[in-house]
Design a protein around this ligand. Structure first.
Ligand code: ZN
Length: 423
């Protein structure tokens, strides 16, 4: 992740404090198109003003909790510039301001809040060269309800608006693909880097068979691989989505390598396929899991520790993130990634419902190592129970596998259509 260029500015009230430059890696982007630079950020009595040296494409703002902050993304900014040292927030709600290059064409400004705060209004100036945001303190209820509301989007006046930055998919893939690596997986589907890329991860493999069915000995690692290949074929056949697999044969991969592959090739979505087992042969149906440090229930927690065992067996340090990623960005990005993952989980369950059996309460949360890529929306799909006779039949036949693949394909199409529309 070599585009991380993170500037942290900590302001103390009434006094110019510290300007720490956290240079995670050099920002070596050359682009033929002109792009704006952020010139200045001020925060004063609930009015935040950001000025640019050129027109930008758009701004969007959203709220995050724990710690409370407001994040503002400005598209069409390729350089952060040097911030004005006279900038001093004298603000009742905002404690400090940070800024980073979120992706090659988006700057993210983060306002750390002293107390719960919400955005009441936002507006570009008539010439599009500055953006004003109004923030006020809020009751905890108000703040919490703002968390689930997604982004507020603001457009500069049409005459003073830059063209949309090149597709995020393309720029991310271009940037992340820096290190040429022969071990990169093959990418299937249309040969067009502008299209979204999905990585399908067939759970288990090699010396780790995963669950084994008491009704015929089918092994989870074989079933997940067969399902993954079906999904690959159907996604590629849409002509709109590119797809890669973490493994294409009976090979063992540590959990970090699985999401590591997705990050390395700039995946837009990561889907890990599994099949569950339970003491009771009655338990049946699929469940979609997304990442949370707090498991939604004890069963989810137990499942996560079972699935995470593959790494413990191999003595691998669990869940260690890349050293070259700043913890600030992980913190920020991971929370947003978790929201996107949860959105995809909902769409997937909607699409899967007519195709297969699902458990009641079929979206659950737990701390799966394989879902810990900070910047790749990820889900883990337990497609059914190998301990249930009907589920095994469904999961190990081409007809059942096709239905799962259809569900994921439809969900992925809906997901990417929505992501593009929200940009
Ligand atoms: Zn599994």
């Amino acid at each position: 992740m070599n585009f991380l260029y993170w500037t942290t500015i900590v302001f103390c009230r009434h006094k110019v404090a510290m300007l720490a430059l956290l240079l995670t890696a050099s920002l070596s982007l050359s682009s033929p198109t002109m792009a704006a630079t952020v010139k200045n950020v001020t925060a004063n009595n609930g009015v935040v003003t950001i000025t640019f040296d050129d027109v930008v494409h758009k701004a969007s703002v959203f709220t995050l909790a724990g710690p409370n902050r407001i994040a503002l993304d400005i598209e069409g900014v390729e350089n952060l510039g040097v911030l004005n040292r006279n900038t001093v927030p004298d603000d009742v709600v905002i404690r400090s301001v940070r800024m980073g290059q979120y992706d090659p064409t988006t700057a993210r400004v983060v306002f750390d809040l002293d107390k719960p705060g919400i955005v009441t209004n936002g507006e570009f100036s008539a010439d599009g060269r500055s953006f004003r945001l109004n923030v006020r303190s809020a009751l905890i209820d108000e703040f919490e309800s703002s968390l689930g509301k997604g982004r507020k989007i603001f457009n500069p006046p049409a005459k003073f608006r830059s063209a949309p930055p090149k597709r995020d998919y393309a720029s991310r893939a271009r940037i992340k693909k820096s290190a040429k690596n022969k071990n990169n997986p093959r990418i299937y589907g249309p040969n067009n880097n502008n299209l979204p890329l999905v990585v399908i991860d067939a759970g288990h493999g090699g010396h780790d068979p995963g669950a084994i069915s008491p009704h015929g000995g089918q092994r989870e690692k074989d079933i997940t691989l067969a399902i993954a290949k079906k999904i690959r074929d159907k996604l590629a056949a849409t002509g709109r989505i590119r797809v890669a697999l973490t493994r294409e044969n009976d090979k063992f991969l540590v959990l970090q390598d699985r999401f590591g592959i997705a990050r390395k090739i700039g995946a837009d979505l990561f889907i890990s396929i599994h099949a569950d087992s339970a003491g009771s042969h009655q338990a049946n149906g699929g469940t979609v899991y997304t990442l949370s440090e707090v498991a939604s229930d004890r069963e989810a927690q137990k499942l996560a520790s079972r699935e995470n065992k593959a790494d413990i067996i191999n003595g691998i340090n669990l869940g260690g993130a890349d050293d070259n990623v700043s913890s600030i960005l992980i913190d920020l990005t991971q929370r947003e990634t978790m929201n996107v993952s949860a959105d995809f989980a909902k769409i997937l369950l909607r699409e899967a419902k007519p195709n297969m059996r699902l458990r009641s309460n079929s979206h659950r949360f737990a701390s799966f190592v394989v879902l810990k890529a900070p910047d790749t929306p990820s889900i883990l799909f337990e497609t059914g129970y190998l301990t249930n006779e009907r589920d095994v039949k469904f999961l190990s036949t081409a007809a059942g596998q096709s239905k799962i693949a259809d569900s994921i394909t439809k969900a992925a199409q809906a997901h990417f259509a929505r992501r593009l529309a929200n940009r």
